[in-house]
Write a protein that binds this ligand. Structure first.
Ligand code: NDP
Length: 594
């Protein structure tokens, strides 16, 4: 395949420039105040309960994968009283909220779903659908007894350190005020739904909801894919064409009379190729230690580290393999940074040309096909994989409303306005994503008050500072579960979380076994870690040349804070190896136990 690189670069720039806007993240609004009804939990009724005023050894904020895997490892380590505090009505985190039709994981289930081996679960498909993942979360909760002490429909409002007693006080919006020796936080990167900051959303007289609060009472159907019979005869608008819309549009397309898909930027949509798991094949691979082997193999394929084979073979390892093949084709003495970046770009051009050709092959109307093509590098925006999304635009009632990078203008009492035209609809579904790129404590919804009354929001005012992405000096007995400043393996977040769970459980057990009441990263160790991060090559996702999106802070220079959103300089495989060695050495260099 020959590509005109110069022309492609120019086209990418043109498409980016068209979309750059001065308000960046501020273009969005939260589902608060008069929009709060869009944010209510439609899945589980809230039940009254008495506030808690007791004490636990470990409190964990967040009941998604992070809380579940950490809770599991703590239980395995013999820590009996772990309390997970969760704003949803059950465990699951993102999989609790995102029940929209067609939701499924994009990374192969065998590495995406945590603790499969421990629980003896075989994912039924290569890319499991949301109900199975949610059920797996509940399975983890039950298996490890994490339900016993959990508080659901409860949002933490503050964490405050009492240095004299070496305890945290946890307060919540349900009137709880209890103490914990240790606190861990796994609040997730994408959990605060956002709406476009356009006028009129609240004036719409029809029905509206955000995809992470799917209203099956209105649409009919269910998360397992039953037909949405109540949409028969209805006109529906979907705003947004990111990973969520790509998965739910095919289902809506089959159910509504008219579906209007409002697009600002097309997603790149590559082959999905999902298939049921063959139990015989699975029995062959699921030998002792299998999931860890698979996780390590996936990560080695992504981040380097000597993988001779690709066990997982999903869309992510495909991207990495293609880039690696290009680089390995260079003669040894030509492997300069410049030539390697060039090889990466070549591989990208080739892949994106394939993805654009796929649109032409699958979408009958050439004009619609033209508008569905993504003109940017594949890792500028979240790559998508689907085998029914593009075809949905061949159905007679499905209309792509491309806004040429401008987005919808406003919502009226009766419909949605784009490019000066109003589209009358009965229902507006916001597939407009989640808040990213704002401060940690803003997204968490509470602040953390550490030693000497120092607040985490103030301590991180100029950006995140940690040791290993987990520990923060001045905040004893706190653990943060998230990938940044650690492995930063964004293609499979659960691997980061699983390793963090292991680390936290090891440290807590060590402290309890030795009668220590405080664990804190030393200032020196944190400084050294931050210094080490300065040599990080940064992330391959996003970048200043990319069309705006949450991968590149909506196209705005994130300044120092963005620079700090990096991982271990030698990559994820090296980070996990380093951490394993650090954990098992028993020294925990950089942590002070008292
Ligand atoms: P995204 O933030 O990816 O997408 C939001 C969409 O809304 C974009 O297409 C955006 O356009 C569009 N939008 C915003 N404002 C306007 C406007 N004014 N007019 C028209 N369109 C507008 O959110 P998603 O919920 O799709 O996905 C969020 C993330 O969640 C994913 O990136 C992924 O990490 C994760 N996810 C994972 C899945 C999986 O693993 N299977 C499935 C779904 C989500 P623009 O691109 O121009 O900003």
């Amino acid at each position: 395949m020959t590509v005109d690189k110069h022309a492609l670069r120019a086209r990418y720039r043109q498409e980016r420039d068209k979309r750059l806007r001065p308000d960046g993240n501020d273009q969005y609004q939260r589902l608060t105040g008069r929009f709060a009804s869009y944010a209510d939990d439609p899945y589980t009724p809230r039940t009254p309960r008495e506030p808690k005023n007791d004490h636990v050894t470990v409190a964990f904020v967040g009941g998604g994968f992070a809380g579940l895997v950490t809770g599991a490892r703590l239980k395995e380590a013999g820590v009996a009283d772990v309390r997970i505090v969760e704003k949803g009505g059950d465990f699951g985190g993102t999989w609790y909220w995102n029940r929209y039709p067609g939701a499924q994981c994009d990374t192969a289930s065998f590495v995406y779903m945590p603790l499969l081996e421990e629980l003896g679960h075989m994912p039924t498909e290569k890319y499991a659908h949301a109900p199975e993942i949610l059920e797996h979360c509940r399975r983890i909760g039950k298996h490890y007894g994490l339900y016993d002490n959990a508080l659901f429909h409860t949002e933490v409002t503050g964490l405050e350190w009492d240095d004299e007693r070496a305890l945290w006080t946890v307060t919540t919006d349900r009137g709880d005020r209890f103490t914990a020796r240790f606190v861990a936080m796994g609040v997730g990167p994408l959990h605060v739904p956002k709406l476009p900051g356009i006028p009129g959303i609240d004036s719409f007289a029809g029905h509206s909801f955000h995809t992470s609060r799917w209203d099956y009472d209105y649409t009919g159907g269910d998360p397992a894919g039953a037909p949405m019979d109540r949409l028969a005869g209805r006109r529906v608008a979907v705003i947004g064409t990111g990973a969520t819309a790509v998965q739910c549009v095919p289902h809506l397309a089959r159910s509504c009379a008219e579906l209007y898909v409002f697009q600002r930027t097309p997603s790149s949509v590559d082959v999905r190729d999902n298939r049921p798991t063959d139990p015989e094949w699975f029995a062959g691979i699921a030998t002792p230690g299998w999931q860890r082997r698979w996780l390590e193999n996936f990560t080695a394929n992504q981040a380097g580290g000597g993988a001779d084979e690709d066990l997982v073979m999903d869309g992510w390892t495909d991207i990495a393999r293609r880039v690696r093949d290009r680089i390995e084709a260079l003669p040894q003495d030509a492997r300069t940074v410049e030539r390697m970046l060039e090889a990466f770009e070549d591989s990208d051009f080739e892949k994106m040309e394939e993805i654009r050709a796929r649109v032409d092959a699958l979408v009958r109307d050439p004009e619609t096909a033209g508008r569905l093509k993504a003109w940017y590098r594949q890792l500028c925006k979240r790559p998508c994989f689907h085998d029914a999304y593009l075809q949905a635009f061949n159905l007679p009632g499905v209309h792509l409303v491309d806004t040429d990078g401008k987005g919808v203008e406003r919502v009226t009492e009766t419909g949605v306005v784009a490019a000066g035209r109003e589209y009358e609809v009965d229902c507006v579904i916001y597939a407009s994503g989640f808040e990213v790129g704002t401060d940690y404590t803003r997204r968490a919804g509470y602040d953390v008050t550490g030693r000497d009354g120092v607040r985490l929001s103030a301590y991180w005012d100029e950006g995140m500072r940690t040791l290993h992405g987990t520990h923060v000096h001045g905040f004893p007995n706190v653990f943060i579960v998230q990938p940044t400043q650690g492995a930063n393996l964004l293609s499979n977040i659960p691997h980061n979380l699983t390793e963090s769970g292991r680390t936290i459980a090891t440290i807590v057990k060590h402290a309890l076994d030795h009668g220590h009441v405080r664990v804190e990263a030393s200032e020196q160790a944190e400084d050294a870690w931050m210094e080490l991060l300065t040599s990080s090559p940064g992330s391959l996702l996003g970048g200043a040349d990319c069309t705006p999106g949450y991968y590149n802070n909506e196209g705005q220079d994130p300044g120092r804070k963005g620079w700090l959103s990096v991982g271990y300089p030698l990559g994820a495989t090296a980070y996990f190896a380093y951490l394993e060695q650090w954990r098992t050495s028993g020294d925990f260099a950089g942590l002070d136990f008292t």
